[in-house]
Each structure stands twice: as C-alpha cells, then as structure tokens.
Write a protein that binds this ligand. Structure first.
Ligand code: ADQ
Length: 736
C-alpha cells in the first residue's frame, strides 16, 4: 500500500491554549472519520493548517509540535493575516458564494487573490518537503484549487488526486471569476479530479473546453504528455457508526424525552449557520404552513440547530441577524405560553445529541439553496434504525440525485415548500417505510469508507506502482526464468491472452482467426504432461468456441465472465451475472440504436455493448457522449462499469475481471506449479495482480505494467511457447 498524504485546509483537530499548555482534540465529522482509516493504515501524513492561535509561546508551540508529530499531522503555518486573506477573504468570501450560485453574497471587488496564491504556495512547499517517491497525494476542496498544479511543478512524477466537496458551478457562472484560467490549470495538475455528482463534472468539463480550449472526452482530458481523469465519487457517511449510536439505549431514551408526550410532531433542521443552507426560506415555509393550516398550530414544532460558522466573514454576521429575526418573528406571532413553534439552538451538538434528534424527528428538513452533497441527509437516514421518518430534501443538494425516494423540494419556492412540509407530516406509515428502506440500503452500502476506497483505488490504478526497475525484456530472460521454475515444479499452468498476444491485431476483429500454426501450438501445449492451458480473452463466447472450441484447453470469454473447461465443454457464467441494471440499459441502447443509423447493440453473456463504428462519425460520437452521461447518472450506484472503447460503449458488471479466472491453488499446489501468464493490455494487469509473486508474468509490448517480464510482440510469445513443447526446456539449466 502506498503512503497517503492527505492535504486539506484544516487538520482534523481543534487546538486551544490552556493555562498549563495546549489541548489538542480530534475533530469528528465526515471527512475526518472517513480518512482516519487510510491515514493510519498507510502510515501516511495529514497536512493542513492546525488552526492554533498564532501567539502561542515557544513552550506551548513545542508541545503542540510534539503532539502533532505523534498523530502524524503536519502543520502548514499560516499567519493570521494570511488566514484573513486566503481563508476568509478569497476562499469563503469569493469562491464559496460563487460556487453555490449566490452572487449576491460576493463582494463587489474580488480581492485577496494574492493571499490565496501565497497560501497555496505555502501548502505546496510543505507537501513537497514531506513527499517520498511512491506516495499518493490527495488534495481536498476549494481552498486548494491551485495546489495540484503547484505540486505538479515541484513533483512532476507524483500521483496527485483532487476532490471538490462543493458544487462546480455552470461554466456561465464560473467564467465570471477573474482568475478562472489559473484555477482550472491548478486543478489540472492532478491525475484524478473527483466530484460528488455527474452535473459538477459536466460543468467542469465545459469550463475546460470553453475557457482553456481543451477537448474533454467525458472522463478524461489529454494534456501535452499527460492525461487527467475526471470521476464522480458521491461521498457517504459512516453509516454503521450512526446506526450503532442510534440503537444505543441512552440515545433512544433521549429521543423519547425530546418527543415528550407526543402531542406535537417534530420537524428538525440541522445545519452550519451558512447562507447556502436555506434556513431563512425554510423558516418562511414553516411559517406559511402554520398560516395555511392553522389546525397544525400547537401540534407541530420545528427544532432548528445551527452551529456557528465562519463568524469572521462579514456576510455571515448579517446572516445570523436575519435568522435570529425570523425565529423571533414566528415565535412572537404564533407562540403561546405553552407552545413555542420554533426551538432554535445556536451551537454545535455532540454526536449523541445529534443522533437522538435525528431519531426524534418525524420530518427532517434538508433544504439548502445549493449544497455539494449534504451529509446531514445521509446521517439522518443512517440513524433511522427504526425504519421510520420522512426526509424532505432540496433538489439543489448533491445528495438529491442519489436519494430520489426523499420528498424533493425546491427551496426557493416558499409556497411549494410549505405544502411539501405539510405532506411530509401527513404521510402514511407504509409510504414512510417504503421510501426509507431503499434510502437506508443505499446509504449503508455507499458509505464514507467505500467513497475513500473507490477514489484511492482509481488514483493508484492510474499509474500502477510496478517494480521500479521495470520488467526484464526479451524472450531469453523469460525462457531462463521458466526453465528455472520448471526444475522446481511438477506442473505448468499457462494463462494466455488472445488478441495482441497469440495473434497480431488485424484491421477488423473478424480477421484475427487463429492460423494453423497457432492451433497446432496450443494443442501441443495442452498435450504436454501436467500442463493446463487457459485462453483468456475479451471476446464473446461464440467467437472463442468457433475458433478454439476443438482444442482441449480452457476458454474464458468476456474477460472471464463466462468460462468453459476442456472436459465438459460447457460454458458457465461467473457468479455475479445478471442484475437489475440489464433490462433498463438494454432499453436505452435499443432506443439509441433506432435513432443512430448504422449502430448496433451486442448482447453478451455478461456485458452489453453499443457499437457505432458503421454510424456517421459525428452523430455516432455525439450519441456516444450522450449515452455515457445518461448511463453514468443511471448506474452511478450500480455494481457495473461503463467502458468506452474504440467506437464502442460497453457496460459490464464491476469487479469481475481476468484476475478472477485464476484457479484456486493450495500453498502446496502453488509451490508445485509453474505459472506463465502473458498479455498485452490493461485487462491483463488484473490477471498479473491476482497471481502469486513467483508467477512468470509477461507483458507484450510497451506500457506501464506490474509484470516481471516484457516481450516485444506475438512472434516472441510464440517462440517462448514453442520452447515449452520442445524437449530442451524442462532440462536442468546450467546453474553457474
Ligand atoms: P458542509 O457544508 O459542512 O460540508 P454537510 O455535508 O451537511 O455540510 O456536513 C455538515 C456536518 O456538520 C455534518 O456531519 C453534521 O452532522 C455536522 N453538523 C451540522 N450542524 C451541526 C450541529 N449543530 N452540531 C453538530 N454537528 C453539526 C461540505 C459541503 C457539503 C458536503 C461536505 C462533504 O458543503 O455539501 O456534503 O462538505 O463533502
């Protein structure tokens, strides 16, 4: 596992000066919880600003440094002036409102850009000073948009990922920023740029095209000498820990206490006090509901918790006064000596208080004007172990595309929102359950740990950490290694890719039929004592059957989704076949085929593919883009992957790859078996990765690989295979 360097504006701690020294407390919260595991397991570093007061005396500072080092946290020292400019001024004063479409909160004069650049430079210096070759760097969020680019200058070979936690706005809006070019270039320093939703990715891609003139292939951008991948990674919460806390008897008791005698239904809002979260309009909608439905008065209660946030930024101070005023107005107009319509709490709650409130809620109101994702909605769902409760969710929260069973609301439509709140309060029990069940499954499955793992997995795959010295080249090297291994072992296992390995590429796939020499070679290999031959190809089952079916060898079609043994000759699919995604996807493919003359759908055992080689070039490419966007959105949380090939889009189950066909070997059998695996492309890397380290893995042709050896083409592969059927190889080689 590579060492992980997490870089975020803040370290996951709160530092306070005490009379005797300093106190360092770990902060909880989505990001800190999710990243703690890889931080610890990878023996990595977390780099960011500590948030400590900058007037600490030398002794306290030394104590703090010690504590940070013990936690493998690295402070990026920022002066209070830098914090004012970089954090409060540009990040929260300019980028935050603009990226949330709230232009009215932006200053008339966009300033503090220099402070932003300077702070990003300071981060780059600290990261570069701690970087070791092989590390993975993961940069977070809008405060550090320039950092990937600054790091690329300092560390050209590093693997850098970037994730944006807030929306990426439409290009029309983004281009209003004076520094738009620099910001985009900064993000493009990463190898992988991640977003919460496909819409944000699309906006970013359009900005790259329209502002920088880059052509974007949906999920990748080709720069001179380098490719940047774009990906959608919707962040989740630590669902298991919320569920455990919610089931705690003390928390359940607290939830009952909050509910009281049950005479009033409870609506709950939990937010940072931020103008993006939609609190004033939520209050107005609640007020409107009480006006239209007077029978609800005294029978409902809104508990609104707002944690103070960014209190040094001007826009937030005015905002606080606005919320205070609205709460006062509603309580003043509707309250009675026994009933307070809005229960307003202006502080952070502990995690258990928060979960008790989630459990006490009849209706959870998550109504931001715009939100990158919104974890509160997911925390609420994860906490409802009782399977009850209604979530009202803004259609402008990133979470809404993943949680369609929630009651969707347009937070700008106060009148409409009042009606949705009313509907939520009256929703029958069966409907509440029917909506919550799929939400719970999704939130539990796609939790924060899965989010971290999928981002890091993709990042590490981009530049595989193969052996630094590179594979040994040439058939002599392979031949020698094989000879050595055969002396020690009793049997031989051959795992051979087909196209590009056993036969050369041809202008059309149908022309790559096996020649007579190859058929004879494979037959001879299979006839060798104690030898098992497997041909592992991406091709469909019927082609392999037609071309190689007569041979006594194992055949694996569609990258191992379906296999045939030489005895029974029955094709058997891998376990994961099928899935609810096939029917809707097939319908979409058929529909697009009708609209695109010359295109066709191929139905394989496991995968579905849409080919547009014969379609008009421009129409085909445009439809393919459309299709990928559509499928990305439809299948984002399905266990499938969408692969764009050469004029073909393929949709197939995720996680079944060539590596899966490796027959299980006991330690004894492994020691007694020589394994030779040969392949020429990305899919063969999965196979190499699944083999024991003493296997002889061979990459055919150029390209990054984890294989131990390299051969330059089909002829060299055949030479090695021929040497196996000729008697000489099994002899003990000259050991000198
Ligand atoms: P935030 O804008 O902070 O995050 P959100 O995703 O809702 O928004 O996370 C808020 C967190 O603070 C939650 O974990 C919640 O429990 C906690 N919290 C809120 N009010 C609280 C209170 N009164 N007391 C205690 N805890 C409270 C940014 C983006 C989001 C994105 C996240 C993660 O703005 O859109 O979902 O990052 O990417």
């Amino acid at each position: 596992m590579s060492r992980l360097l997490i870089v975020a504006n803040r370290l996951p701690i709160t530092v306070t000066a005490t009379e005797t020294g300093v106190e360092v407390q770990r902060s909880m919260g989505g990001l800190a919880t999710g990243l703690m595991r890889p931080h610890e397991q990878s023996d990595g570093l977390w780099i960011g600003w500590s948030g400590a007061p900058d007037d600490l005396d030398a002794e306290r500072q030394a104590r703090l440094d010690e504590e940070l080092a013990a936690m493998r946290l690295v402070n990026v020292p920022l002066s209070s002036d830098q914090v004012t400019q970089f954090y409060e001024g540009f990040s929260n004063g300019v980028l935050w409102p603009l990226f949330h479409y709230l232009l009215d909160q932006m200053p008339l004069h966009v300033s503090h850009w220099e402070g932003y650049v300077e702070a990003n430079e300071a981060f780059a210096d600290v990261v570069a000073a701690h970087y070791r070759p092989g590390d993975l760097i993961w940069v977070h969020d809008y405060q550090l948009l320039l950092l990937p680019g600054l790091l690329r200058d300092r560390l050209p070979g590093a693997r850098i990922g970037f994730f944006l936690h807030i929306p990426f706005p439409s290009e029309e809006l983004f281009r209003t920023l004076p520094a738009r070019d620099r910001l985009l270039q900064g993000m493009l320093g990463a190898d992988l740029v991640g977003f919460h939703t496909p819409a944000y990715l699309r906006h970013f891609a359009t900005s790259l095209t329209d502002i920088l003139g880059h052509s974007v292939e949906i999920d990748r951008v080709q720069l001179p000498g380098r490719e940047v991948r774009l990906g959608v990674f919707p962040m989740g919460v630590d669902a298991a820990s919320f569920a455990a806390m919610a089931a705690d008897p003390a928390v359940e008791a607290e939830a009952r206490t909050i509910r009281g005698d049950g005479s009033a239904r409870i609506l709950v809002g939990v937010d940072r006090l931020d103008y993006t979260k939609g609190i004033p309009r939520r209050l107005l909608a609640y007020e409107r509901m009480l006006e239209i439905h007077p029978e609800l008065r005294k029978r409902v209660r809104l508990v609104q918790v707002a944690v103070p946030s960014r209190t040094n930024v001007g826009a937030y101070q005015d905002f606080r006064a606005l919320v205070d005023g609205l709460v006062g107005r509603i309580n003043g107009a509707f309250g009675t000596p026994r009933w307070v319509p809005v229960h307003y709490i202006f502080r952070a709650l502990s995690e258990s208080e928060l979960v008790a409130l989630y459990r006490a809620a009849d209706v959870m109101l998550v109504t931001p004007l715009r939100d990158g994702m919104n974890l509160v909605a997911k925390e609420f769902i994860a906490s409802r172990v009782d399977g009850d409760g209604v979530l009202v969710l803004s259609e402008f929260a990133g979470a809404s595309w993943e949680l369609p069973e929630a009651l969707q609301v347009n937070p700008y439509d106060v009148e409409g929102a009042a009606e949705v709140f009313y509907r939520a309060l009256g929703m029958p029990r069966e409907e509440r359950r029917a909506r919550l069940t799929p939400l719970r499954t999704r939130v539990q499955t796609f939790d924060v740990h899965r989010w971290v793992a999928s981002f890091l997995e993709q990042l590490s795959e981009l530049t595989p950490a193969g052996p630094r010295s590179g594979p040994a080249a040439g058939s002599v090297a392979v031949h020698r290694a094989l000879a050595w291994r055969l002396v020690e072992t009793e049997s031989l296992l051959l795992l051979l890719d087909y196209d590009g390995t056993l036969v050369p590429f041809t202008p059309t796939p149908e022309l790559a039929r096996p020649d007579r020499e190859l058929l004879a070679l494979l037959r001879a290999l299979a006839g060798r004592p104690d030898t098992e031959v497997h041909v592992v190809s991406g091709r469909p089952q019927n082609t392999l059957e037609e071309w190689l079916g007569e041979l006594p060898v194992w055949l694996h079609a569609e990258h191992g989704f379906v296999s045939r043994d030489p005895e029974t000759r029955q094709w058997v699919p891998a376990a994961e076949l099928g899935g609810s995604w096939r029917e809707p996807v097939l319908a979409i493919l058929r529909e697009i085929t009708q609209r695109t003359p010359g295109s066709l759908v191929e139905i394989k055992a496991a995968a579905l593919a849409w080919h547009y080689r014969m379609a008009d070039q421009e129409t085909g490419a445009r439809r393919a883009n459309e299709l990928r966007l559509h499928l990305n959105q439809l299948l984002s949380n399905q266990p499938v992957e969408i692969l764009a090939g050469n004029r073909v889009i393929e949709i197939r189950p995720y996680g079944v790859h060539k590596g899966r066909i490796v027959p299980p070997l006991t330690p004894e059998r492994q020691a007694a078996t020589a394994i030779l695996a040969i392949g020429d492309d990305r899919t063969d890397e999965d196979l190499f990765g699944a083999l024991p380290s003493d296997a002889i893995t061979v990459r055919v042709g150029p390209g990054a690989t984890r294989a131990r050896f390299r051969l330059d083409g089909v002829a060299a592969v055949r030479r090695v295979l021929h040497s196996l059927v000729e008697s000489g190889l099994a002899a003990v080689p000259d050991k000198r």
